[in-house]
Design a protein around this ligand. Structure first.
Ligand SMILES: Cc1cc2nc3c(=O)[nH]c(=O)nc-3n(C[C@H](O)[C@H](O)[C@H](O)COP(=O)(O)OP(=O)(O)OC[C@H]3O[C@@H](n4cnc5c(N)ncnc54)[C@H](O)[C@@H]3O)c2cc1C
Length: 488
């Protein structure tokens, strides 16, 4: 898909700051595998799956996210966001289909019936650009969204934090450690994570009435480190940054030919790494739909499913993150008491561990039933099969996959022939393979997987008419629409 990418800046990351995002979840890593940058991320980043939670001086519980995973990608890799952006930019340039324009600020967006006219300001002057579709990915403070008068219902926390990115002489284990109420931080929460280049991110919850300038002075941050790690700890600062978080949710992710993705559409508190990871999933959800609409293989109504699915995901993430924020910053004595009870019980009882909420780590959200996915849609992991993986089979980016469990060669040929006008490829899956187990599909069935690795339909039998009906629903095509469609 050819695109013009406009950025008002000419750097990766945020000027004057260190990394914002650090944790990239399995679904994002699988998307990066499909985009061809996963190996670079794995080589540079820190792979982890074990998280340990402490309350006071005691360990409350440990989790290992690897235990439930069938994917070729690990549950998480930590990497500074500017590396990720850098690798993506390199890949965009390598693929050569997009025209990447730095120092190009979008100042105005006007909608015409069949196009969007975008005004662009550059150091060399202004110009107008006409596009069939426009994606606003300009982040939390999108002026484009605001100029269109769209409501995001923002809320700002009173909870304050201070990030200290630091290098130590002595290494710690590569695990995510969180304290609900650390004795060395006046009974407030602390996070500890390793990123690339041996940089640790320590994130300290601060008093709500603290002075941001005072808490981020190096001598004050150094005192916090010594309180946590002992008076002799040797370290060097990489970056210190105080912050407060906010959240918002845009009411609609599609307005005519403009689509909103990432922080422009939704912002959540940082607990659980649901911010950037969900922007990446927005892009994966929208990309194939837009490409098929542009290629004339789907009608533009399919883009409404982008709002339906990703809005539902954003709403769920907002709820999950707000619960965590409330657990970490109780608002009343009753909430404090409940939290103390949860932490005490969690030391001994499994059920209470599920209530000790230091962040529900980002996952691929399931989508609700809709005209495009009558049974809802769930994400599949990148399982290896037949010398390849699911993501490698989906690498083209716009073709569906029909996984025919236990099908014989004649059935595959028949399916291929009958579905020749639809964007779908068929593969046989061994009924005894890990993939069939992951799909939960019986021999004889066909599982239709979308280009974003979500299951569009599970058909109990390999019948071409059922495949066509399921594909028409997934593409938003009427039963009477002749195939193939005219390109848009
Ligand atoms: C402390 C902190 C920790 C975080 N940790 C994590 C984490 O571990 N994992 C995670 O997944 N997420 C994390 N996040 C969230 C993550 O950083 C954001 O969700 C993510 O950066 C959003 O990406 P985006 O592309 O939507 O917006 P941005 O990254 O804000 O990018 C917006 C882009 O638009 C450009 N732009 C803006 N206006 C214009 C204009 N008018 N014209 C042209 N270009 C424009 C900007 O230059 C910029 O390049 C964290 C955030 C914070 C603050």
């Amino acid at each position: 898909m050819r695109a013009v990418v406009l950025d008002e800046d000419d750097t990766v990351g945020v000027k004057g700051a260190s990394s914002r995002g650090i944790c990239y979840a399995q679904k994002s890593l699988e998307i990066f595998e499909r985009l061809g940058i996963y190996e670079r991320i794995r080589a540079k980043g820190i792979t982890w799956s074990v998280g340990r939670t402490f309350s006071g001086a005691d360990e409350v519980y440990t989790f290992n996210l690897q235990d439930d995973s069938a994917s070729e990608q690990p549950p998480f890799i930590n990497l500074q966001q500017f590396y990720l952006e850098w690798f993506l930019v390199d890949r965009i340039l390598e693929l050569g289909a997009s025209d990447l324009r730095w120092k190009s600020r979008v100042t105005k967006v006007e909608h015409e019936s069949d196009a969007v006219v975008v005004e662009v300001e550059t150091p060399a002057g202004r110009y107008a650009l006409e596009a069939e579709w426009f994606i606003d990915a300009t982040g939390a403070n999108s002026r484009i969204r605001d100029a269109m008068g769209l409501e995001v219902n923002p809320s700002r926390s009173t909870d304050r934090w201070c990030i200290t990115d630091v290098r130590f002489k002595t290494p710690f284990p590569t695990q995510r450690w969180t304290w609900v109420d650390a004795p060395f931080n006046e009974g407030r929460a602390v996070w500890q994570h390793l990123m690339a280049d041996d940089v640790w991110r320590l994130d300290y919850q601060m008093a709500e009435d603290c002075d941001p300038e005072a808490i981020s002075r190096p001598e004050v941050a150094g005192e916090r480190l010594r309180a946590q790690l002992g008076p002799d700890v040797e370290f060097e600062f990489v970056w210190i940054g105080p912050y407060q978080y906010r959240d918002h949710l845009l009411e609609t992710f599609r307005v005519g030919r403009t689509l909103f993705i990432g922080d422009s559409a939704h912002v959540v508190s940082p607990f659980g790494a649901r911010g950037g990871n969900n922007g990446i999933q927005d892009a994966a959800n929208l990309g194939w739909k837009l490409a098929l609409v542009l290629a004339g293989e789907a009608e533009d109504g399919l883009l409404d499913s982008y709002h339906v699915e990703r809005f539902a995901a954003a709403e769920e993430n907002l709820t999950v993150c707000r619960r965590t924020a409330r657990f970490l910053a109780p608002r009343s004595r009753a909430e404090h008491r409940i939290r103390r009870a949860v932490c005490t019980l969690a030391r001994h009882h499994e059920f209470a561990r599920r209530l000790a909420n230091t962040g529900r780590m980002a996952q691929a959200n399931a989508y609700p039933p809709s005209p495009w996915a009558p049974g809802g849609a769930r994400s599949m992991q990148n399982v290896a099969f037949d010398g390849t993986t699911l993501m490698r089979c989906l690498a083209g980016g716009t073709r569906f996959l029909g996984l025919a469990v236990g099908a014989d060669a004649a059935t595959l040929v028949r399916l291929d022939e009958e579905a020749a006008l639809l964007p779908i490829d068929f593969r046989r899956v061994d009924p005894a393979s890990p993939l069939a187990l992951h799909l939960g599909a019986a021999a004889g069935s066909v599982v239709i997987v979308r280009p974003d690795a979500y299951v569009a339909a599970v058909l109990p039998e390999a019948r071409p008419e059922a495949v066509e009906a399921a594909m028409r629903a997934a593409l938003g095509l009427d039963a009477r629409t002749p195939l193939p469609l005219e390109p848009a």
